[in-house]
Ligand binder design. Structure first.
Ligand code: ADE
Length: 359
């Protein structure tokens, strides 16, 4: 059942005073520039505040306005994003910055509806920008907000289902403050981030225990309800780092791929975890490597966790003998150490190069 008008007013008042007393002074909360807000929300989609904040600052130093980002080379944008993961966020931002400059003379659309039509902006990000930058009374519902609403109002629907989403959206529409939607949204997000936390929330200091369904029935851990399970794909990646002098053979990843636009090494995917490089001997390039150089296993294997994938990664380092020529397939090219350093790379690649004392 939806709360009535007086309940909404009371809720908003308490939420705002909680926020004014408790919120963290985060840099993107001091601005109404839609470009900066957009950047912060994209970074924070899959990244924690502590990890994301230095990237936010660094990004703005390099690209202070949407015009600067639009002019940038995608390689440089990806290099700056290196370590944050989910690189499609950076590629989409770059694409959308160009669109905003080319089609809208650098001015952001001012409603959530119009913003959500841009590449890389979902309903949440569009609502966040529209309310923080332009004062539109739309609710921004991220994972934090789902949790807060489901606990307070005892929403049993699956937040990942379409019906569930509709139910949450209807409630959020009632709750959002029309006087100060920006503070309302920041407050809901912040309340979920630091008070109504996923595990063991400290309900003794919460201003809403008197009205909280989950608190009343001690069911905090059961909300929000998520029925749809994420399926996580196990993948096994085997990399060959081919070195000639101080140069390494690298390739730009193309196609629809999480690492599109980043640079990595020659890679063979296998069904199972493989510990010996010679299982790949039938591969033309690997076959040639065994006669052209010395193959050394990187002792450590790496695990890289993504939302839908679990990557088990092994590396073999091949030093091509000095007097040998080695012809690379057209997708690969040798890059000097200085070039390898500045190319955008998956963080895993950067890590192995540092751990192996190459970089
Ligand atoms: N997570 C997503 N958006 C956020 C914001 N504006 N402030 C803090 N954490 C967030």
């Amino acid at each position: 059942m939806l709360p009535d008008h007086l309940q909404v007013i009371d809720f908003n008042k308490k939420l705002k005073s909680w926020y004014l007393e408790n919120h963290r002074p985060l840099p993107w909360r001091k601005t109404s520039d839609p470009y900066k807000i957009w950047l912060s929300e994209i970074i924070l989609q899959q990244t924690r505040v502590a990890q994301g904040t230095p990237y936010y600052e660094k990004f703005l130093i390099n690209y202070p306005t949407v015009f600067d980002l639009a002019k940038a080379d995608e390689k440089d944008v990806l290099r700056l994003w290196q370590g944050l993961g989910y690189y499609s966020r950076a590629r989409n931002m770059h694409y959308t910055a160009r669109q905003i400059v080319d089609e809208f003379e650098g001015r952001f659309p001012e409603t959530a509806d119009k913003l959500s039509k841009l590449k890389g902006l979902g309903n949440y990000t569009a609502a966040a920008i529209a309310s923080f930058a332009f004062g539109e009374a739309v609710a921004a519902i991220d994972g934090n907000v789902y949790r807060v609403m489901s606990r307070l109002f005892g929403i049993q629907s699956d937040m990942l289902s379409n019906e569930g989403k509709k139910e949450f959206a209807a409630l959020a529409k009632e709750l959002v403050s029309h006087e100060d939607p920006a503070t309302y949204n920041q407050a809901m997000i912040e309340f979920g981030a630091i008070q109504c936390v996923p595990v063991s929330p400290d309900c003794e200091v919460c201003p809403f225990t008197y009205m909280c369904y989950a608190y009343a029935f001690n069911l905090q851990s059961k909300f929000p309800v998520k029925v749809k399970k994420l399926t996580v794909r196990q993948r096994h990646l085997n990399y060959f780092i081919i070195q000639k002098g101080d140069m390494l053979a690298m390739q730009e990843r193309k196609g629809r791929d999480i690492w599109k636009g980043l640079y990595d090494f020659y890679m063979i995917e296998s069904k199972e975890s493989e510990v010996l490089p010679d299982v790949f001997i039938d591969d033309d390039l690997v076959g040639r490597l065994f006669t052209a150089g010395q193959v050394r296993e990187v002792p450590k294997s790496y695990l890289h966790l993504l939302t839908h994938q679990r990557l088990n990664v092994r590396f073999w380092w091949v030093k091509i003998f000095e007097n040998k020529e080695f012809e690379l397939p057209p997708t690969l090219a040798f890059y000097t150490k200085e070039e390898v350093e500045i190319l955008p790379k998956p963080i895993l690649i950067d890590t192995v190069l540092k751990e192996e004392n190459y970089l």
